[in-house]
Each structure stands twice: as C-alpha cells, then as structure tokens.
Design a protein around this ligand. Sequence first.
Ligand SMILES: Nc1ncnc2c1ncn2[C@@H]1O[C@H](COP(=O)(O)OP(=O)(O)OP(=O)(O)O)[C@@H](O)[C@H]1O
Ligand SMILES: [Mg+2]
Length: 577
Amino acid sequence: MTKQKNRIFRRLLAFALPYKGRILLSILASLGVAASDGVIAKLVEPFIDRIVIAQDYELASIVPFLVVALAAFKGISRYVQEYFISTAGQMAIQDIRNALFGQSMNLSMRYYTGNASGALMSKILNDVNLMQSVLSNVVVSGVRESLTLVGLAGVAFYTDWRMALMSFVVIPASALPASAIGRKIKKFSRQGQGAMGDLTTALEQAFSGIKVVKAFATEEYEKNKFFQQNLAYYRFIRKTIKYGALSSPVMEILTAIGVAFVLWYGLSRVLADEITQGQLFSVLAAILLMYTPLKRLTKVNNTVQQALGGAERVFGILDEKPEIVEVSNAVSLSNCRGEVCFADVSFSYDAEPVIQHLNLKVSPGDVIALVGPSGAGKSTIAGLISRFYDPTDGQILIDGHDIRNLTLRSLHDNLALVDQETFLFNATISENIGYGSSCATESEIVAAAKQAFADEFIRQMPEGYQTLIGDRGVRLSGGQRQRLCIARAILRNAPILLLDEATSALDTESEAMVQQALSNLMRDRTTFVIAHRLSTIKHADRILVLEQGVVKESGTHQQLMTEQGLYRRLHDMQFKD
Ligand SMILES: Nc1ncnc2c1ncn2[C@@H]1O[C@H](COP(=O)(O)OP(=O)(O)OP(=O)(O)O)[C@@H](O)[C@H]1O
Ligand SMILES: [Mg+2]
C-alpha cells in the first residue's frame, strides 16, 4: 500500500474505533474458528494411529461426539464473529453517512452548481457501501483466515517439520505461474468494463436521440456503430473467458505436481519409519484445509482496494472547505430594523463580472424594485443578500453590520425569500408552509395561507392542509406552488423580504389579489421585489433598472417614465395595447 492509501486506511479505521468492543469480541471469536480447524487437523493423527491402526474401541466411541462438539464450537464462534463485526461495520458506516450528509448541507451553493447532485448522492450511497466491506473483510477474512493459516501451519510443523517445510516451499513455487494468468484476467476484464461503458453510452445516445435518428434516417448508421462496439466488447470478453477457463486446470495441474512431490516425500518417510501414517495424514489434512483460507485471503486485497477507492472519494467531500463560513467572533443580528446597504459591491461567478460597483442604501421599510433584462443580475443580488455567495469586492451591510460578520443563523432568520424557482418538499401542505418556522401553530399556518390567497384551493384538496404534495401526492399548478411559497415567506415574519418573480406564474386576477396581500406585508418591512411584469412594481419606493450588472437608472415610477430611458422603453413595450 502506498503512503496515501495507508492514510486513508487509518482514517477509515478511526471511524471504527468507537465500536472497538464489538470488534475485539469478533476477533476473539475468530480465534475460536481458527483454533477449531487446527484441532481438526491435529486430531487426524490419533484418529489414524490409535483408532484405525491400533483399533482402540473406547476411543472410537467418542469420535461422533467430538465431531459434533467441534462443529458446534466452530459454528457458534463463527456466528459471534460475523454478527459483531458486521454490526460494528454498519454502525461505523451509519456515522460516515451522517457525517457526509451533514457536510453536504454545509457546503456552499457554488459546490452544488459545480457538481452534479447525482454524483454526490452516489457517493453517499454507493461509495459508503463499498467502504463497509473494509471492516468486515479485514476482520472477518483477514484476521480469521490468517489465524486459521497460522494454526494449520503450526500443526503441520509440530507434527513433522521436514514435511511441512517441504510443502510450504514446493507447493507455492509450483503454483506461482498461475498468478500470471490472474493478472491477465484482471487486465482484460478492466478493458471489458471500459468497452461496456462505451456500449452503454452508445445505447443512451441512440435512445435519447431517437427523434433525430428517425428524422435524419440514420438508423443503418447507428446500427453499424453499435454492432462494431458490441464486437469490440466481445473481443475483450473472449480473452477473459479464455484465461478464466485456463486458470483452474492450470492451477490444478501445477498444484498436483507440487502435491505429488510432497506425497512422495511423505510416503518415503512413513516407509522409512520416520513418521507414522497418522502423522502423514495429519500434515496432509492441514495442507488441504489451508486451501480455502488462502483463496479467501487473495480476494481480501481486491475488496480492500475497492473500498479504499470509495473511501478516498468520500473523504474528498468531507475535506471540502465550505466557501461560506461564519467568522469566529460572528455577532447575532437581533432586533433587525432592516436597513440594507450595498457598498461598492462587485461580484462574479467565474471570470465574467455579473455585478459591477453596486452602491445602494435602503432605509428600513422601503420597497426596492429590481427590473431589467434576463441575465442582468437581479437574482444574483437576492442571492448575495442571502449570502449564497460572498461579493468579490465591497461589502453588504444590514443595520450597519457587514453580513459576513453575522452568524448565518441570525442572518437567515431575518430574511424571507420567495425564489424564482419554487421548491416544495415531498411533505404535507402544512409542513411545506411551516418549513423553517418550527414554532408556527396550525392557525398561524392557515393565516399565512389566507394572506397568500392559498387557503381556498388548499381546502378543496382531498385532505386539506394535510394533503401530501410531490412525488407521492397531488401535483400542483405553477401558480398554486407559488402561493404556497409566498405563504411560507409570510409565516417567517422577517424584517427583510426578497421576492424574486414571486407572482410570475399567477393569472392576472390572482396576481392582483396576492399583490394586495404582499403590499400589506411589505408595509413595515424592507422589501426587494424582482419582476418582469412592471405593473407589479409601480408603487415601489425606488426602482433600479439593471443591465449587465450595472444600475442604469433609478428612481420612482413617475421619475423613470419622464426619463425616456430603458425603463420607459420596457414599460411602453408591455403596455403597447
Ligand atoms: N450559478 C451560476 N454560475 C455561473 N453563472 C451564473 C450562475 N447563476 C447565474 N449566472 C449568470 O449570472 C448572470 C446573472 O444571472 P441572474 O440569475 O442574476 O439573472 P436575472 O437578472 O435574475 O435573470 P432572469 O430575469 O432571467 O431571472 C447571468 O449571465 C447568468 O448566466
Ligand atoms: Mg432571476
């Protein structure tokens, strides 16, 4: 193992440390399993010499009991060993999964836009499962099989060291060439897996693009491409089949040569009266019994390598530093008045500047509207206030505090966001509205729904507020979803309100009603309203017209209408008729 693998391995074992009691018990039990095999090999000697040859009837009568007793002892030891090691492994895995999910909740938005969430899910589920096999394999197979081997070798050497030494040199040496076959099989099956990957991609492409295939009449072309790839896959598989079929016979023939040699040597010692028949068979039994543990041990390495690969990916996530963190002496924002100030704020997701030198002072209770073309940076501003990202330059202040100096908890407690992309959890309507307001009572939830004009349609649902929405429940229309999200924000009762296209999916009539409710809500709160439909922001205290991250115009509706600028143009286009 390389140094790096060693480190991963140690880190993995650290997760198992809390369960060392179980692991110790399991190792103890594996001693029992190993001892039973040794005892069986050792008992072959008196069995042959004293019972079969010397015909000791009294001894013969206890043989059946001994067989059962040994089997029972081995069985119980095995059970204890497997039960405790597997539960220890699962408990450690549970801890790792929890740590991983905890970390993923702390990771910042940038991580999620840069990484497919499918990959993260696969790590939490599959890679962690791979890791689980390390513990059970190292302890179950590693410890038990090694101990069994040591025990059996001990018996063989104790019985006749000359013959034992001979076997341990000759048999492995004769089987050595077979390992070359194993390496070849591994190589070809890896290549076969690559070819299988190509095949899957080809399938996926052809099926998802079937409309294009049909429209351009490229069926024959796609077929030929697939046939070729299918053939390539077969070529690799044929090689693995060839070497796979070869490996057992070659191994057996080679081992037979070794065994023949040992047998000849052992028999010659018996004939020369240097050892008894019983001793010969005892050594042979020990050697035969070593076969299974040896085979298992060679597999352990494979599983451990796989698990370490999984562990490496998992630890990679655990070591990821969240971009947005609290400073060590963060202050809690209490009695927030809702004054928001952008001081020369610039921001970019990557290289491209998205917000440039934004200066803005919003007094408590003011309503600020952000308008402008798609991609201008409106949602980005809402995201910056929510601290999904930190500004590249400048600072954002709430009540005079740089938001980077506030605890994340208190910052978000004072914000209520209705996002452009409505998201509802797979839970009841009531739970969705109450999400993030854990102390809200049922009547407060209903009141919030009423304000968002959602109460009426909720009551028409099969189970009212207890109706499950999402995958396993009813589906909602875009406008209904939006009203639930608004109710959720209303319930938060936060001094700063961020409404990003909060009413865009509503029809004109319900929008007017929700708008009415929202304007009641906005009365004593600082509100940022983002909207494409200019009719909804007419009454804002100030309207900022944004274009490519720069504030082009700002003022009230009346002021901007007289300016004949971008706002006037947008307005006139919308109200042409
Ligand atoms: N997560 C992201 N990573 C990289 N670039 C982004 C990301 N989110 C937005 N952008 C880019 O930032 C710019 C501003 O996006 P933003 O979402 O703020 O626009 P917007 O004004 O809200 O537009 P719309 O009216 O369409 O909602 C766009 O050019 C967009 O491509
Ligand atoms: Mg947007």
